[in-house]
Design a protein around this ligand. Structure first.
Ligand SMILES: [Zn+2]
Ligand SMILES: [Zn+2]
Length: 171
């Protein structure tokens, strides 16, 4: 029996989006990458397993990966170029967002939509990023600095109808 090895490689094409990762809840860059594999028999490639493009969270230890469809490769490359132009200061944040909106790139649009919320670790509720506590069970948002928690500035007040004491004459 000859040893058969599968060589896996990942190629990086650069970042294309900065957003909160739906998996690790950290604000990170999403990078366009290609995973490829080749079947090797005693060092010789006997089968090319092909490549698969995806967006990967750059957060340390996070394994979030979203597969891209074949026809998303072109818009993904455009998104990488737009992002690098924004980082270089050649493109304003608004112009970058506008150009991104115009791209036919369903995966990145879904990711941006997902990134506008965080998932409560206690009850799995999707909560908007503008809130630091879960609106269902009031658990604090994970990954939030203590100072931000103490401030609680953007937590909306609980409506009076919920907090008022019950009236014995009211049935
Ligand atoms: Zn992540
Ligand atoms: Zn909750």
């Amino acid at each position: 029996m000859h040893p058969i090895h599968i060589n896996k490689a990942e190629r990086d094409f650069g970042a294309c989006l900065k957003a909160v990762c739906p998996h690790c809840q950290n604000e990170t860059e999403f990078r366009l990458r290609m995973r490829s594999g080749a079947l090797r028999l005693v060092g010789i490639v006997v089968a090319d397993l092909g490549g698969c493009y995806g967006l990967k969270c750059n957060g340390s230890g996070c394994k979030f990966w979203k597969d891209l469809k074949d026809d998303e490769l072109a818009p993904a490359q455009t998104a990488v170029r737009l992002y690098s132009e924004m980082v270089a200061g050649e493109l304003s944040t608004e112009a970058y967002a506008k150009s991104l909106d115009a791209l036919d790139f369903p995966t990145i649009h879904a990711l941006r939509k997902e990134a506008a919320t965080w998932s409560c670790p206690a009850c799995a509720e999707k909560v908007p990023l503008t809130m630091n506590g879960c609106w269902k069970c009031s658990s604090p948002r994970p990954g939030l600095a203590k100072s931000e928690l103490a401030a609680g500035a953007d937590r909306p007040p609980v409506p009076y109808a919920v907090t008022r004491p019950s009236n014995p004459w009211e049935q």
